[in-house]
Design a protein around this ligand. Structure first.
Ligand code: FAD
Length: 323
């Protein structure tokens, strides 16, 4: 028995959400009194693979196969499931990232495992029961699910578990899996980065704005605040529908779901479809001129005021703080 963590990388580098998931998987392994094995797919440097040991992975399986250089949902799911079988892992952990959300159910089918995606806390093992708290209804609620199957797949929501550094370097070993042609029906041929800015799904701080900003010409102050805070920029759906901002910034039920440590919402009403994608943020700050705006109900901090007056003051304050 062991726990297997899929250590996701982006262009050969592990992300913070991966370290969170390894730390989380280590805590599960400790709870179950077993060891933690990591699996990495793609071209990651040997030092970075071994560094997963710092977060608790005793062994790191390295799958470097040219066909698997870029993410292929079906093939990655097959490789991870095969590794779980080969190493006798009955719990597979991964990050509830864009790719993790595609992988979790596929691995679940292959291992006949119960799946808890969007997990936000460590499982509770009580009297033979294995329960996991997770987000439900696109983040509008939490559910506690019991996984009754022998095998289990858990996808951890980014920013919901802290990175814990524990033991020393992990022992890296090559792991080879025969790939099947049928796993490569859809493949990524090329990745073109549209921007060098902080990636929205991974951002720890997000500065987001809505129709209250009146037009695309007013986004300079949003960009400036985001730049000062090292934040990603985001927007509401009508803003991207109107072409004021790119669709890649649209958050919510029909856009990207984010869970940063800090979400600053400027001139956004807080419609339920918007909240669905942002409500698992740790701290929410709302700036809106309407004190009755629904967003204030879920805000940790609220500023009732005109964004065109509040934002310049906020920018000056951050500049003064950083000076
Ligand atoms: P508005 O609702 O127009 O709100 C603008 C806000 O700005 C108001 O609260 C106003 O008080 C404030 N304001 C105005 N001027 C100022 C000022 N000068 N200073 C400060 N505040 C000011 N929406 C999403 O965002 N994401 C989704 O994924 C999404 N999916 C949807 C799916 C479906 C099926 C449907 C039906 C809708 C979806 N929507 C989604 C749309 C959603 O219902 C709302 O219409 C939308 O979120 C509203 O965007 P907004 O808050 O920017 O604009």
């Amino acid at each position: 028995m062991s726990v297997l963590i899929y250590a996701e990388n982006a262009a050969g580098k592990f992300k913070k959400s991966t370290f969170e998931a390894v730390s989380y998987a280590k805590a599960i392994a400790d709870q179950a009194g077993t060891n933690l094995i990591a699996i990495s797919i793609g071209n990651v440097a040997a030092d970075d693979l071994a560094a997963l040991g710092k977060y608790g992975a005793e062994k790191v399986l390295n799958v470097s196969n040219d066909k698997l250089k870029n993410f292929v949902n079906q093939a990655y799911a097959s490789v991870i499931a095969e590794a779980a079988k080969a190493k006798g892992a009955d719990i597979v952990v991964l990050s509830n990232s864009f790719s993790g959300r595609g992988l979790a159910p596929r691995i679940g089918v292959k291992l006949h495992a119960g799946v808890a995606d969007g997990a936000v806390a460590l499982p509770v093992l009580d009297g033979g029961k294995f329960t996991v708290k997770k987000t439900a209804f696109s983040g509008k609620a939490f559910a506690t699910v019991e996984l009754t199957s022998a095998n289990k797949v858990i996808a951890l929501t980014p920013n919901s578990y802290k990175v814990v550094e524990s033991s020393a370097a992990g022992q890296v070993e090559d792991f080879t899996v025969e790939t099947k042609e049928s796993d490569f029906k859809a493949m990524i041929k090329d990745i073109v980065r549209s921007t060098d800015k902080v990636s929205l799904p991974d951002a720890e701080i997000v500065v987001s704005a809505g129709r209250g900003l009146k037009g695309p010409e007013n986004w300079g102050m949003v960009e400036e605040l985001a730049g000062l805070l090292g934040a990603a920029t985001a927007c509401s759906k009508p803003v991207s529908d109107a072409g004021w901002r790119p669709h890649s910034e649209h958050v919510g039920q029909t856009g990207i779901a984010v869970s940063p440590n800090l979400y600053i919402a400027i001139g956004i009403s807080g419609a339920i479809q918007h909240l669905a994608g942002v409500s698992s943020s740790k701290v929410i700050v709302v700036i809106n001129k309407d004190a009755e705006a629904p967003f204030f109900k879920v805000a940790d901090y609220g500023i009732v005021g005109d964004a065109f007056e509040v934002l310049p003051k906020l920018i000056d304050a951050v500049k003064a703080y950083k000076a």
